[in-house]
Design a binder for this molecule. Structure first.
Ligand SMILES: [Zn+2]
Length: 217
């Protein structure tokens, strides 16, 4: 049976890693708006050019473009086996659009997961990232350089990306709480929502997701 899944979680929740496990185990496609935008831009489609124009100005693509691209993607052949949505829907308007697309495609969401971590944990995980101009990246706790603040490969000083600074992380978390979290109630009402404790080890998070999948089917 095909699995149609949605994976929610704030930045730093390890959602991407878990999505990879699901892709491998269920042999379904992971669908993320960022990947679709990149692909359309590379293919030079009209939609791709539109998206490129917005991102070049540092703006998000308008809702209808995102939805059109998503609708096109969900209708592609590889989605017959199932899919994992990662990074979509992000708000009520997108969730409404998704419901409409799935109705047209005669598909129903099987399960929706949130990998939950606290705001403090998100800030600790993302805020601990350090990068070097040479492309190397580190984490002060999980992957520290041999000498604090210095790149192992080239010896240059490490820095924190603007996006990884506490204020930027908190801004994104606020958007997540305000725009994305209200969606969980709609999926809970359908009996397909599971919240997973993302502050556990990666393997325990994986185990909890797979247990929920088996229990539901
Ligand atoms: Zn370096």
């Amino acid at each position: 049976m095909a699995s149609y899944l949605v994976l929610f979680g704030p930045q730093g929740s390890g959602k991407g890693t878990q999505a990879e496990y699901l892709v491998a185990a269920l042999r379904v496609s992971r669908i993320a708006p960022g990947d679709i935008f990149r692909r359309e831009k590379e293919a030079g489609t009209d939609l791709g050019k539109l998206v490129a124009a917005y991102t070049a100005r540092g703006e998000l693509a308008p809702l209808d473009i995102t939805n059109s691209l998503m609708e096109k993607r969900l209708g592609e052949a590889d989605c017959v086996r199932g899919f994992i949505l990662d990074g979509y829907p992000r708000n009520v308007l997108q969730a409404d659009a998704l419901d409409g697309m799935l109705r047209t495609l005669e598909k129903t969401l099987s399960q929706v997961f949130e990998i939950w971590i606290s705001d403090d944990e998100a800030v600790a995980r993302i805020g601990g990232r350090r990068v070097c101009a040479c492309g190397a990246s580190y984490h002060v706790v999980h992957n520290p350089p041999k000498k604090e603040g210095i790149c192992d490969s080239c010896g240059k000083p490490l820095s924190v990306r603007d996006d990884d600074k506490p204020d930027a992380i908190k801004r994104r978390l606020e958007i997540y709480h305000h725009d994305t979290e209200p969606l969980f109630e709609r999926y809970r009402a359908r009996g397909i929502f599971t919240r997973i404790n993302g502050e556990q080890s990666i393997s325990k998070v994986r185990e909890d997701i797979f247990t929920a999948l088996t229990t539901a089917s």
